[in-house]
Design a protein around this ligand. Structure first.
Ligand code: NI
Length: 185
């Protein structure tokens, strides 16, 4: 089971590397990695287990965050009172094939399991994306995501390209975003 001690922290070079594409069928090792990453998210979202194992709750975890430089990330955005659209899968070799001109950002800013300190500021991203990825069986999916799940996926895909969320924050004006940016929780 992945614990906080297994999470690579900012400063580790693996977080700044371009990850390698994953080939199919998945090796046993890659399948286990996929399972372990999704398990972390599930356990971390259970308040009791989260506390028991001393985890930080997460909705996404990318392979470089456990020291493996491969194009794989687990995403677990649960359905919340029907308001937010859920998205759950292990996304492998993900590519954003198109996106809205409209930007979107979280009113709370973003956090990351690999970044121990809070970095204040808005993180502008695409509000809507069309994402192509392979699942653990090698099947290709093309999904359209908007708002929160779209932001989570962009955050995770960034990890596969050596980018951290705070790279997107305007250094001079951390809370400045373009006028057409949709802000949401
Ligand atoms: Ni992150």
């Amino acid at each position: 089971m992945i614990l906080m001690k297994d999470i690579t922290r900012d400063g580790d070079p693996v977080l700044r590397k371009e990850a390698a594409k994953v080939s199919f069928p998945l090796s046993e090792e890659d399948q286990k990695l996929a399972d372990d990453m999704m398990e972390y998210l599930k356990v971390s979202q259970d308040p009791e287990l989260c506390k028991k194992y001393g985890l930080r709750a997460g909705v996404g975890l990318a392979a470089p965050q456990v020291g493996v430089s491969k194009m794989m990330a687990a995403v677990l955005v649960p359905a919340e009172e029907g308001a937010k659209s859920p998205f759950t899968d292990v996304i492998i070799n993900p590519v954003i094939i198109s996106h809205s001109v409209q930007s979107g950002a979280l009113t709370e800013g973003e956090g990351c399991l690999s970044v121990d300190k809070e970095v204040p500021g808005f993180v502008p991203r695409h509000d809507r994306i069309t994402l192509r990825y392979q699942d653990t069986k090698g099947e290709t999916h093309k999904v359209r995501l908007k708002n929160y799940p779209a932001i989570v996926c962009q955050h995770e895909i960034d990890h596969l390209h050596g980018i951290l969320f705070y790279d997107h924050i305007n250094k001079d004006n951390p809370y400045e975003v373009s006028d057409d940016t949709i802000m949401f929780e």
